[in-house]
Design a protein around this ligand. Structure first.
Ligand code: COA
Length: 207
């Protein structure tokens, strides 16, 4: 297994993981379209340099962390180019997509970056999620980004346990989501989340 930067050839594998990280996806086509548009495609298409994958021995992505570095830049581009990917009559998914970042707006001064992370079920609980977070934290810290946040469904006990274990600060529960943040100034990084090696920007991290 290696953790390495995302490349264009990973796109369909990452989209597959996005839909199947909690087991085989049985959602309708429009729900799949909503999830991929809201939680995946912007990051791969607009900020591939802020995305990393965990790849198996065949170099196939089995997990990923994807990130928008600056919330205001994300929101402007997302509203312009991604909300329009929903059919005009699909008001529900447009509203849900906008609502999904309400807490990001609130905390953007301290945590301008936000992330999404997923690992295929058969590769979970092997430390890949932690390595992906460490790699992204190191990358953003190197770029001078002060903090990264995320939201997770309030009822997602697996996700919440993961963020709490690895030193994310709980911010608040609201609108059915829990928000967590990770400060990225080196001296403020929680011990558990502190990158354990200085990562060469072009080299994969071998596990
Ligand atoms: C959350 C997720 C990315 C973590 O990745 P991972 O590679 O499994 O994480 P790690 O192995 O580095 O860390 C393991 C920790 O994550 C949490 N965790 C992972 N899988 C878990 C499970 N099935 N049940 C309970 N806790 C779990 C626990 O805190 C665990 O620590 P523990 O083993 O000491 O209890 C992964 O489980 C996943 O993709 N889950 C489904 C989708 C999801 O919830 N994504 C996050 C949404 S915001």
């Amino acid at each position: 297994m290696i953790i390495r930067p995302y490349t264009e050839k990973d796109k369909e594998d990452v989209r597959f993981i996005c839909l199947n990280s909690e087991g085989p996806c049985d959602l309708s086509e429009s729900s799949q379209h909503f999830i991929l548009t809201t939680y995946c495609d912007y990051y791969l298409e607009q900020e591939p340099e802020n995305c990393f994958v965990a790849a198996d021995g065949d170099d196939r992505a089995v997990g990923y962390v994807i990130c928008a570095e600056d919330f205001d830049q994300f929101r402007a581009c997302f509203n312009r180019a991604y909300l329009s990917r929903f059919p005009k009559y699909d008001f529900k998914h447009r509203l849900d997509a906008r609502a999904s970042v309400i807490l990001h707006e609130k905390y953007k001064q301290t945590y301008p970056a936000h992330l999404h992370i997923d690992v295929l079920p058969e590769y979970q609980r092997k430390g890949l999620g932690h390595l992906l977070v460490q790699t992204l934290a190191s990358h953003l810290s190197f770029k001078g980004v002060p903090g990264v946040m995320l939201t997770v469904w309030t009822k997602n006990t697996v996700g919440r346990s993961f963020y709490e274990k690895y030193g994310f600060t709980f911010l608040e529960d609201a609108y059915g989501s829990a928000a967590y943040g990770l400060p990225l100034h080196a001296e403020e990084l929680a011990d558990a989340a502190r990158p354990q090696c200085v990562r060469n920007e072009t080299s994969p991290l071998e596990i």
